[in-house]
Write a protein that binds this ligand. Structure first.
Ligand SMILES: Nc1ncnc2c1ncn2[C@@H]1O[C@H](COP(=O)(O)OP(=O)(O)OP(=O)(O)O)[C@@H](O)[C@H]1O
Length: 524
């Protein structure tokens, strides 16, 4: 003992000076007002993701499992009344009414129209120019006021998803197939891992890798003339789009543009349409800046071909330089998200919204269209309380030949369990998302919203179907309605038509009962 003490005494202490010449490179802080961390290194910011308070999750599109119909033969679409001077000859354009895909054969046989009998042609006689609405509005001085908050939304809101690996179910195709044709798996590293049950890596790692990869890819513009997967160049793509849209230049007829929102595909501006003295919304999408540009065909075709009082009406579409412009009716009261995130809705108000959304879904589903991105953000309102479905960029068209889809498409928190599980799905996937929107209307946000999207998707897939939280005091009817929508097995899910008969829907009132909610958020 004494010996140890004496040894310790002998050891000389090293002098450590105070730090000298140091650089203060990182000064991280927390801004309580915005709920964001400031001054973080980029890598840390990526890990944290965008702050929930400022961002809305983005839809995901997984191009790794494209339904075989996506690479089917080119369809001939007859535009306009047969024999009309404008469309007197069949115009070969990719058939978009039946799929969200540019169905151009890899060798671009698009220029060679085929006969009806040769290729199971779809005739779309309803492609006459859409009449503009006769209802005229004067411009209120602050006509974009409800949407002002949307101007502050960040452009990149989340979680684009390019995942060729995430496959909880074994996928049969040995070769990746994209919309444009069979994918050369070695050409694009982001799709380079072939799928088989044996080479799967843990789902977490796959998804994380995918998020990083896709965030790097998401905003970069595709160079002109770059060949897309399967061989369609930008110019060819542009040509196909121009065959689909109106040939007029909309700019002389539009004035006083004001930005009202930004989405994953482009910006939306309000403008004054001089010829009709109407305010319109113009969605502008740069063809070169799309993750899956063939989805742009949906933006034009769905709203044009499927018209319904509860679907946002499209006036016209145009190609302006490298931008696709979709001119549509202006929904001056913004989105349902603005309401559910700011005010509490009563059950009659919820029923009134549900009725209108279900009418649109019943209409679309009867035509075998899956919306695939039903959420409060996709529901737009007019000041009188009219509710309309918008955002058709991710639709899928079913047919006898292809009665189910498999692609992973949707926004994580709203995506149906079977879509995440990579099982074949149909229009009932929208009913799950509609159910999640019910939760939004009651609780302000979808289930698992505090989780990262990846985690939320795993929970949707693996846990029992979510229900209203115990603190939400809802009626038995509303509880029951949710239990008919958010059901793991789609065969047990109600259809839109059945839901319209549900006792909860009978609580609906005149659409004007929504108007006070709109006023409330305007005054906030
Ligand atoms: N017809 C319209 N009238 C008024 N506002 C609109 C209209 N269409 C879209 N908006 C608003 O513009 C914003 C962007 O809409 P957009 O359709 O581009 O979103 P998006 O690209 O589908 O978003 P994402 O794909 O990221 O979900 C949204 O806030 C939406 O509420």
């Amino acid at each position: 003992m004494n010996r140890t003490l004496s040894l310790r005494k002998k050891v000389k202490k090293t002098d450590i000076s105070t730090p000298m010449n140091f650089e203060h490179r990182i000064h991280a802080g927390y801004d309580a007002k915005t709920g964001t961390y400031t001054g973080l290194p980029k890598q840390w910011q990526v890990l944290l993701g965008p702050p929930r308070s400022l961002s809305r999750p983005k839809p995901i599109v997984d191009p790794s499992t494209i339904t075989p119909m996506d690479v089917a033969e080119l369809k001939t679409v007859i535009r306009g009344p047969i024999g009309s001077s404008r469309y007197s000859t069949p115009v070969s354009v990719p058939s978009v009414a039946r799929s969200n895909s540019l169905r151009v054969a890899p060798t671009i046989s698009a220029a060679v129209p085929r006969t009806v009998s040769q290729q199971n042609t779809v005739l779309l006689p309803r492609m006459t120019p859409v009449p503009t609405t006769t209802h005229q509005q004067s411009i209120p001085s602050s006509y974009h006021s409800v949407n002002v908050s949307q101007q502050h939304r960040p452009i990149d809101r989340g979680y684009p998803f390019y995942d060729s690996n995430y496959a909880p179910l074994p996928m049969k195709k040995p070769q990746q197939v994209t919309t444009f044709g069979p994918e050369d798996v070695n050409r694009n590293p982001s799709f380079s891992v072939s799928i088989s049950p044996t080479n799967r890596i843990p789902v977490n790692n796959q998804m994380n890798a995918t998020y990083q990869q896709s965030s790097q890819q998401s905003t970069s513009a595709a160079p002109l003339n770059q060949q897309s997967e399967g061989g369609v160049s930008y110019e060819e793509f542009r040509k196909a789009i121009s065959a689909l849209v109106d040939k007029t230049d909309p700019r002389p007829d539009l004035a006083d543009f004001k930005l009202i929102g930004e989405g994953s595909t482009g910006v939306v501006q309000a403008a004054f349409k001089v010829s009709t003295s109407q305010i319109v919304a113009v969605k502008r999408m740069d063809l070169r800046k799309q993750q899956r540009r063939e989805l742009l065909f949906n933006e034009v075709s769905i709203m044009r071909d499927y018209q319904h009082p509860n679907i946002v009406h499209m006036h016209s579409s145009h190609l302006v330089g490298n931008e696709l412009w979709v001119v549509m009716e202006y929904m001056e009261a913004g989105s349902l998200t603005d309401i559910v995130t700011h005010v509490r809705m009563t059950e009659p108000q919820i029923a009134t919204v549900c009725f209108q959304v279900l009418r649109a879904l019943e209409y679309l589903h009867a035509r075998r269209v899956i919306h695939r991105d039903i959420k409060s953000d996709s529901i737009l309102l007019k000041r009188d309380g009219t509710v309309k479905v918008s955002d058709f960029g991710f639709c899928g068209q079913l047919s006898d030949e292809y009665p189910k889809r498999r692609s992973l498409v949707g926004t994580p928190y709203w995506t149906a369990a079977e879509v995440i599980a990579r099982e074949p799905y149909d229009t009932l996937a929208d009913i799950w998302s509609f159910g999640i929107m019910l939760v939004e209307m009651v609780e302000g946000e979808p289930p698992y919203f505090d989780d990262q999207p990846l985690q939320a998707m795993k929970r949707i897939r693996d846990e029992p179907a979510p229900r209203f939280s115990s603190s939400a005091r809802v009626s038995h009817e509303l509880n029951h309605l949710l239990s008919r929508c958010v059901v793991k097995d789609p065969r047990d899910r109600a259809t839109a038509r059945e839901l319209l008969q549900h006792p909860f829907i009978s609580k609906m009132q005149h659409p004007s009962c929504i108007a006070p909610l709109i006023l409330q958020i305007q005054n906030k």
